[in-house]
Design a protein around this ligand. Sequence first.
Ligand SMILES: Nc1ncnc2c1ncn2[C@@H]1O[C@H](COP(=O)(O)OP(=O)(O)OP(=O)(O)O)[C@@H](O)[C@H]1O
Length: 293
Amino acid sequence: MIDPVIEAKQLTLRLSDKTIIDNVSFTLEQNKIYGLLGRNGAGKTTLLSLLAGFRNPTSGAITVNGEDVFENRAVVENISFIRDVKMDSDSDRLEDYLKGVALFRPHFDWEYAMTLVERFKLPIDSPMNKLSRGMQSAAHVIIGLASRAPITIFDEAYLGMDAPARDIFYKEVLNEYMERPRTIILSTHLISEVASMLEDVLILHQGSLMLHDRTESLLSRGTTITGDAAAVDGFTREKKVLNEQILGQTKSAMVYGELTETERSQAERQGLQIGPVALQELFIHLTGEKHNE
Ligand SMILES: Nc1ncnc2c1ncn2[C@@H]1O[C@H](COP(=O)(O)OP(=O)(O)OP(=O)(O)O)[C@@H](O)[C@H]1O
């Protein structure tokens, strides 16, 4: 499959009379890294299951290059959907497990998978259910990376992994993406760790798509003001402050909303530094209780 374009049109899923995905529409262009963010229960896994063809929408459509995904083998074999599932009852050795998975994945690179097994220091002969939680996560991440599917989805796949293992994962994702561009969707609560990798961000809130924007333009909605604590307080008095940090006499405040040119020169005159806002703070603000009252 070349250059997959994913389109959701008024996508809706109801389960037991509850609307889980509510009239969601978006277009995902080929070969970008997308971040799918949302609070617990927002519907991220459900949306990704629809995209991976595991579920049939109640109404609306989700297509890849114009073709419906559900029960469409030609499309689905180009999608790798990696979740953090526990393998408590699977006694296959890791090597056999990977061999089994590779059979159904046309782009699977066995040599790369073995390199990753070494990088994550996984015992290749161990039964899956004897691996630690983090090692099981790493095994799934290896499948996602080595499958080299044109559409690769990591749904909290790396939650059990410790910080050094996650670091390896992020580096591998970026390396792979540079060498073999593909569409990668990362659904995560570890926003600060992945923020710099994301080209576009989608925020799902209570089943609806709240926002789809380039990360850069999303980040321009907020500003960090740093400097003398009293000056920062004066400057931000009328503004929506998302978060503040104080270190001695110095204060750093994240505010929502773009600054005007006049405000920027005013800040400069007062010796205040202006910097970018963190994606995580924006996310907390946009999906927090108060913003949605
Ligand atoms: N089979 C089902 N039947 C009924 N409701 C379901 C079913 N599966 C999920 N839900 C509900 O759908 C909503 C969305 O769940 P989903 O797992 O997609 O959210 P999520 O954004 O991935 O959450 P988290 O970040 O906590 O993993 C939740 O309210 C959940 O209870």
